[in-house]
Write a protein that binds this ligand. Structure first.
Ligand code: PGA
Length: 209
């Protein structure tokens, strides 16, 4: 199966023009690439991934975006529980679990980010994708060694079933991308900083396809 490459743009870029440029360049035939831009660019770009969502379908929840709304736009994947959401917005395993269930209920695929085994859901979930992102590796330029990452991948699959797709994320670049797929056996990558640099991102895609 082709590796799934997910681009987490976070709160970038600051203009729609720039977003269009980066999005256009990430188009590589034959690759499974999911771009997750900020919500406001989703519709114009026709991107397939979102960085977060709310757990309710609709109602009096100022500022929130529901999985149903995302689905209506053609979104297929939603990142849930990213460590920055946990850290800056005080998301807990409990609220993240609610989001995961709402995403599945809406017919979307959740990409649940974890940095430790205790953050895995208690039960196996159909359609769930896990992204293992060690905290020390996120945005630091200090990637986890493929050997160490592999140990976590094996533990995750032992708990969640060997067919579950597990992505690696944390300082992925065009030099190390292949090692996580070929050496550590991950089913794909979650790429932050490097996904905003068009040439570097293309090189990541080429390295693993
Ligand atoms: P990074 O971010 O690739 O910039 O380390 C990964 C992430 O936060 O998902």
């Amino acid at each position: 199966m082709k590796p799934l490459i997910v681009a987490n743009w976070k709160c970038n870029p600051t203009t729609l023009e720039e977003a269009k440029k980066i999005f256009k360049k990430a188009n590589f035939p034959g690759a499974e690439v999911v771009i997750c831009p900020p919500f406001i660019y989703l519709s114009t770009l026709g991107a397939k991934g979102a960085q977060d969502c709310f757990w309710e379908e609709k109602g009096a929840y100022t500022g929130e975006i529901s999985p149903k709304m995302l689905r209506d736009l053609g979104v297929e994947y939603v990142i849930i529980g990213h460590s920055e959401r946990r850290k800056y917005f005080k998301e807990t395993d409990e609220t993240i679990n609610k989001k995961m269930k709402a995403v599945i209920k809406a017919g979307l695929k959740p990409i649940l980010c974890i940095n430790k085994i205790s953050q895995l859901p208690a039960k196996k979930q159909e359609g769930l994708i896990i992204a293992y992102e060690p905290l020390f590796a996120i945005g630091t330029g200090k990637p986890c060694s493929p050997k160490r990452a592999k140990k976590m991948r094996v533990l995750i699959q032992r708990k969640m079933g060997k067919n579950i797709k597990v992505l690696y994320g944390g300082s992925v670049n065009s030099q190390n991308a292949k090692d996580y797929i070929k050496e550590a056996g991950f089913g794909g990558l979650l790429v932050g900083g490097a996904s905003l640099k068009p040439q570097e991102f293309l090189d990541i895609i080429k390295a693993v396809c």
